[in-house]
Design a protein around this ligand. Structure first.
Ligand code: CAA
Length: 379
């Protein structure tokens, strides 16, 4: 049974698809080739309301349900995975964390700016020694008078090259473990913040991925997000929603590659007929279509559970665990159907193959999703 979307969700999806076709798709190969973020798209995404979908109208957002936001991510990723992840980190990891855990002053200060795209958000959790083991982070935030002073290093920070605000996880007490971690909202213009050179990556090449160095970076107490020691929980809660977002990104990449493969198979003639008439190709297409439908149900279910206020951590992890590898499978099958042409930059499928791979890694590897799922199953 297809997942039932409301008329509003269908209308919103159609609007984002139209926008993505007109404004995002033409840039996708350029961003990839030039390793540059889609800065010119940010005001347009804000005008369309996409940057503020997770932000209520009281704070200047378009305040849709989470499933609508997920549909928007899927549509963006269908044509440009780079644009999708920029939006996902900004609107999901950062904006929803401020919405759920921020005080009134933080919400008033940041959310309207994030919705309008005047500020882009970045989420600074990962460190050289703290990837999958996120609680092992060593960046410190020490109290000094009315301030916290941050020292440490973050790596692989999406949007970091141009973000205006960073959600930074740092240790506020010397003990080991998650209770020693707090979250801070750090403005880009703070003295003591250095931003490294962008990583040269296999895929999502337009996405800005940088390291951050905090050298006696001073923030006021008002920069603390949530309670002292609540940072790890905030990060985990944000990543639950974020994982549905990355699953939607994977789904969108796979959908884009599938459509390319179907169109190609219908017009490519070999052995005197379109290759779509060959059973070898039909079986590939059938498996791709089945993979997509299964992934879509999981992703929408995770978003729907979140919208209904029900537990969704394990379903989000399942959606990501299924859709990441699924996107790798589907993009590789698409490339196989396109043959030699698929291996060239004349078609977007080689880029989609490269873009898909990261969805099995960031916001928790496949292995970490299995850990989250198994813990829920065995509780
Ligand atoms: N929501 C709220 N709180 C949660 C939670 C959740 N989903 N999951 C755990 N917590 C809380 C726990 O309740 C626990 O608190 P109590 O002690 O009070 O019970 C505390 O957090 C510690 O939990 P765990 O014991 O489960 O922690 P752990 O050290 O075993 O780690 C983990 C769990 C799932 C492995 C976690 O470290 C993890 O998710 N690792 C992967 C990190 C990751 O996803 N990084 C992504 C980086 S951001 C990114 O990729 C963005 C981008 O670029 C696109």
């Amino acid at each position: 049974m297809p997942f039932h979307l409301t008329d509003e969700q269908e209308i919103m999806r159609a609007a984002v698809r139209q926008f993505a076709e007109a404004e995002v798709k033409p840039l996708a190969a350029v961003l990839d080739r030039e390793h540059r973020p889609p800065l010119e798209t940010i005001p347009k995404l804000a005008d369309l309301g996409v940057l503020g979908m997770t932000i209520p109208p009281d704070y200047g957002g378009s305040g849709t349900d989470y499933l609508s936001f997920i549909l928007a991510l899927e549509e963006l990723a269908r044509v440009c995975a780079t644009t999708a992840v920029m939006v996902e980190v900004h609107a999901s990891l950062v904006a929803t964390s401020i919405l759920h855990f921020g005080d009134q002053a933080q919400k008033t200060r940041y959310l309207p700016e994030l919705a309008a795209g005047r500020l882009i958000g970045a989420f600074a959790l990962t460190e050289p020694g703290a990837g999958s083991d996120a609680a092992a982070l060593t960046t410190r935030a020490e109290v000094d008078g009315d301030d916290f002073v941050l020292n440490g290093q973050k790596i692989f920070i999406t949007n970091g090259g141009f973000a205006g605000v960073f959600l930074v996880l740092a240790k506020t007490s010397p003990e080991a473990g998650s209770k020693s971690i707090s979250a801070f909202l750090v403005d880009r213009d703070r003295p003591g913040l250095s931003v490294g050179e962008p990583e040269r990556k296999m895929g999502i090449r337009g996405s800005s991925t940088v390291s951050l160095l905090f050298d006696d970076l001073r923030v006021p107490r008002s920069a603390l997000l949530g309670q002292l020691g609540q940072g790890f929980s905030i990060a985990m809660r944000s990543l639950d929603g974020g994982r549905t977002g990355i699953a939607a990104q994977a789904l969108g990449i796979a959908q884009g590659a599938y459509e390319e493969a179907v169109a190609y198979a219908k017009q490519r003639v070999q052995f005197g007929q379109p290759i779509a008439r060959l059973q070898a190709i039909q079986w590939l297409i059938a498996d791709m279509a089945t993979d997509l439908e299964a992934g879509r149900l999981l992703v929408y279910q995770a978003a729907d559970l979140e919208d209904r206020g029900l537990p969704f951590s394990d379903v989000a992890a399942k959606a990501k665990l299924f859709c990441g590898p699924m996107a790798s499978r589907v993009t590789h099958s698409a490339l196989q159907i396109l043959g030699g042409n698929g291996y060239t930059e004349a078609y977007p499928v080689e880029r989609m193959c490269r873009d898909a791979r990261i969805t099995e890694i960031y916001e928790g590897t496949n292995e970490i999703q299995r850990l989250v799922i198994a813990r829920a199953a065995l509780r």
